[in-house]
Write a protein that binds this ligand. Sequence first.
Ligand code: HEM
Length: 136
Amino acid sequence: MKTAEVDLESIEKMVRAFYATLIKDDLVGPFFIKALGDDLDSGKWREHYGTLDRFWLLMMTGEEGYRGDPYMVHAFMGTLTVEIFDRWLEIFYNQVHTQFTPKIADKFYTKGQTIARRFMQGLEIGEFASDEDDEY
Ligand code: HEM
């Protein structure tokens, strides 16, 4: 049964299911394992879930709670590529569309896509790549 409810309970469910899939992915998983380990019940992972619960609650409802700078976290994480972002987005799309009604799922996905593009722009990858380096 798909839900149209966007509240802490449905977001908690989404976040946990999303990362359970993400960690198994050959492209995206290793970044999480490196940062947080592979035990999804560990304190580090529980802290990450809590952060992401607050993040998505803010994104989707405007409810305050998340304070952070997600871009900075991703800027120093190793080499992120368009393929890695595309895979993240694909898994996110599947998760939100499995769980939420289409309109709500699209709202989640559009937010994710916009932020992913902003990260790529900041990191100068894909269509945002700077070709200055080629001149030297
Ligand atoms: C290329 C795909 C991505 C990878 C590999 C990735 C990886 C990670 C990792 C490993 C962390 C944990 C860092 C730590 O606590 O040490 C993290 C945190 C986070 N990620 Fe991503 N991420 C990706 C894309 C995204 C996107 C597209 C979004 C938003 C829509 C996002 C939102 C966040 C947020 C909000 C945090 C928590 C930041 C904080 O601590 O305040 N990530 N990510």
